[in-house]
Design a protein around this ligand. Sequence first.
Ligand SMILES: NC(=O)c1ccc[n+]([C@@H]2O[C@H](COP(=O)([O-])OP(=O)(O)OC[C@H]3O[C@@H](n4cnc5c(N)ncnc54)[C@H](OP(=O)(O)O)[C@@H]3O)[C@@H](O)[C@H]2O)c1
Length: 300
Amino acid sequence: MKIAVVGREGQLAQCLRIQGRARGHYVHAAGRPDVDLTKPETVGAWLDQVKPGLVVNAAAYTAVDKAETECEQAFLINATGAGELSRLCAAASIPLIHISTDFVFDGTRRRPYVETDTVLPLGTYGTSKAAGEMAVQRACPQHVILRTSWIYSAHGNNFLKTMLRLGAERAELGVVDDQRGSPTSAHDLADAILEIAPRLAAATDPSLWGTYHVTGAYETTWHGFAAEIFRQAAIRGATVPRLKAITTAEYPTPARRPAYSVLDNTKFLETFGFALPDWRASLSRCMADVCPNQAPGQVA
Ligand SMILES: NC(=O)c1ccc[n+]([C@@H]2O[C@H](COP(=O)([O-])OP(=O)(O)OC[C@H]3O[C@@H](n4cnc5c(N)ncnc54)[C@H](OP(=O)(O)O)[C@@H]3O)[C@@H](O)[C@H]2O)c1
């Protein structure tokens, strides 16, 4: 099938392009400057030309801290831009998969968030993404919103790559241990999207439209995530730092983050029969790409 992906160079967009083509789909991924969510005319012309059976919006303003000072730009891309894309999809009767975030929640719960829980973002990024969700819901009836969390991959910038870089530079690293969530491999999320895409494009079952949570299985803290990264890196022969558990208060950031943003994936599993693997197993697959094996006697 023909899938149009907005956000060419992003982590998820790159995985969709590579894995979609491997599955035999025609994946047309586009991004700035050719296709810019803040310039709906570029998006409209592209959709007219590609005529996809499905659109995935993998583009977003994702700089969580910078968003606190670039509020207007975050809303222009994540809310207005998402809404314009949705309007164009609806006008052409193209189903849309839109990606959202665990940061739409305030993190005060201590059980995994379900789709119907109240959205109450703490920062500008989360607020702009929540506004984007509403814009998609209003403009495009044939939509699926996938809320995910803590994305990492071999592409772009992410926590995994930051840890490996800092770990190679420093003897000791302090990482926040009082924020809980679920690391999600962009590769796994792309698999999930490509798995459900044909069903959504067929559009035979209107009950499929709506919002779903889809993340890596099981939860941890950022410190737990880092500890597993360095455990696996050490096995691969990398030099790793001493890891210190610190609190959010000891690592102040411009944007407040939810202390608990684990998402319940039951609805996605029950609807589509598909769940993402244990985040530790997925991390191990990604490590092969980002941390070449240097252990003596082992083949890189
Ligand atoms: N990263 C996470 O931890 C995380 C967690 C939860 C949810 N999400 C959501 O998951 C989705 C994918 O995230 P990701 O990590 O793959 O993102 P990413 O790597 O930061 O990539 C985002 C992409 O969006 C593109 N983009 C930004 N503004 C645009 C515009 N006006 N028009 C067209 N493209 C634009 C960027 O293009 P440029 O290269 O031109 O900047 C970039 O390639 C996003 O919706 C994000 O909000 C991410």
